[in-house]
Design a protein around this ligand. Structure first.
Ligand SMILES: NC(=O)c1ccc[n+]([C@@H]2O[C@H](COP(=O)([O-])OP(=O)(O)OC[C@H]3O[C@@H](n4cnc5c(N)ncnc54)[C@H](OP(=O)(O)O)[C@@H]3O)[C@@H](O)[C@H]2O)c1
Length: 412
């Protein structure tokens, strides 16, 4: 009988992007070419793909390359037919991402990405969720630093709370204790594109401000979530805290997980994220400075002339990002504090080596796709829009600890 199964387990679409190149090297290192996991790279330019392949040396000689354009559905269709899982690093997703999601959903091809664009996820859910449930396509957004450490950190803490207290926490705080890293042109483009979209469609402000924007409509949670957008003192951490820029996406993903994980965390689940800045005058000064800096960036990004100056002269361009040395020297340390309805407390920490946005993100994304291809059968998890915690749970935690430099640990 003829074998009709797809030729590849995973295709990296956007392999020539800044993060795609790091991911390609990581996949080669982890899975080699011609091994058990069959993977290939894809992008819109054969020349760029060949250059990337050449840079991999002899180990990458047999790596397959495929050409597909994000705007050409026929090319996406043939690419998706040849694999079980697609990774996409072609962003901003709000500009280029929809045709690929549409094709994956139509064909039942599984999909992972790095989007942090809540308004785009909300739109994709509205347009494709029902069809994904029917076709069997598992769509998993936000498989990088946004939002794997937050989503799996909460999942891990809840798992241990359940074991220790026989109940999960109804309230969790995540605080960034330490972090070193920088942004790439692609990430900056995605962030500034959100400001452009809001300027042309003010209704999006409501979507972005809604903590439950990507939850199913019957989520039932009525808790007024604190968006932590002002400096304040946090007694549970004995420290001042400042707004954390990734909280806008991470909190939305965690709230969606609350509705998708087996049993849910809590009907009145309360979750927020912020950055620890220390005690005393110094701590409050840093918290105020971060708040002013983020506010200033947002103001400058909203106004077209200042946005133009920032894009042209200050911020990294698409394809640019932190040096290899900066990626190697980067790290993060996140702390989680949870409380049950009857006041029992539990804490954990999640750490990662390498810079959060690129070195570590590439490893998380690669392992998420491998987990989808190798660990999570279509019988166990059906089609639909999943979050990292709800689809991968403990299986991805194990992979990340073994192969991606992350740790998950309960602490006093
Ligand atoms: N969640 C996280 O933690 C996280 C971390 C890092 C990045 N990100 C996101 O990941 C995305 C990629 O970031 P990056 O810095 O790697 O971006 P980048 O270097 O600017 O790469 C963008 C990629 O999109 C490709 N592309 C653009 N138009 C295309 C088209 N029509 N058809 C096919 N490919 C097309 C480009 O192809 P060429 O190579 O041919 O130019 C390039 O490979 C961004 O959306 C960023 O926000 C998220």
């Amino acid at each position: 009988m003829q074998d009709t199964s797809p030729k590849f387990d995973i295709i990296i679409f956007g392999a020539t992007s800044f993060v795609g190149q790091i991911l390609t090297r990581y996949m080669l290192n982890q899975f080699a070419v011609g091994g058990e996991l069959k993977w290939a790279i894809a992008g819109r330019s054969q020349n760029k793909l060949s250059e990337l392949k050449l840079s991999l040396g002899t180990a990458g000689e047999a790596l397959d390359t495929l050409v597909a354009d994000a705007a050409d559905e026929d090319s996406l269709h043939s690419m998706c037919l040849s694999t079980r899982v697609i990774i996409s690093t072609v962003g901003p997703y709000a500009l280029y991402g929809e045709p690929l999601v549409k094709v994956c959903v139509a064909l039942g091809t599984d999909y992972c990405d790095l989007t942090g664009e809540v308004q785009w996820i909300a739109k994709m859910l509205e347009r494709y969720e029902d069809e994904a449930k029917k076709s069997g396509a598992r769509i998993v957004n936000s498989c990088g630093f946004d939002s794997v450490p937050s989503d799996l950190g909460v999942y891990f803490l809840q798992h241990h709370a359940n074991q220790k207290f026989g109940q999960t926490c109804s309230s969790i705080k995540m605080r960034v204790k330490k972090m070193k890293g920088a942004a790439s042109g692609g990430t900056v483009a995605s962030m500034t594109n959100i400001f452009k979209e809001v300027a042309s469609n003010p209704a999006l402000r409501k979507v972005l401000a809604n903590p439950y924007a990507i939850c199913p409509s019957d989520h039932g949670n009525t808790v007024r979530q604190d968006n932590m957008n002002r400096p304040q003192y946090d007694d549970d951490f004995n420290s001042w805290v400042a707004p954390f820029v990734m909280a806008v996406i991470n909190t939305r993903i965690v709230h969606r997980s609350n509705t998708l994980v087996e049993g849910g965390y809590s009907q009145h689940f309360d979750y927020n994220e912020a950055m620890l800045t220390g005690k005393g005058l110094m701590g409050s000064g840093i918290a105020a400075g971060v708040g002013v800096g983020l506010g200033g960036f947002a103001m400058a990004a909203v106004i077209p002339p200042t946005r133009w100056v920032m894009e042209k002269f200050i911020l990294p361009k698409p394809g640019e990002g932190p040096s290899i040395d900066a990626q190697e020297k980067g790290f993060y340390d996140l702390r989680f504090y949870g409380k049950t309805d009857d006041g029992q407390e539990i804490r954990c920490k999640v750490t990662g080596d390498q810079d959060p946005g690129y070195g570590s993100t590439a490893k998380m994304l690669g392992q998420a796709a491998a987990c989808l291809a190798q660990d999570i059968s279509k019988d166990d998890v059906q089609g639909g829009f999943w979050t990292p915690a709800s689809v991968f749970g403990t299986q991805l935690i194990t992979r990340l600890e073994k192969h991606a430099g992350l740790t998950f640990e309960i602490i006093d």
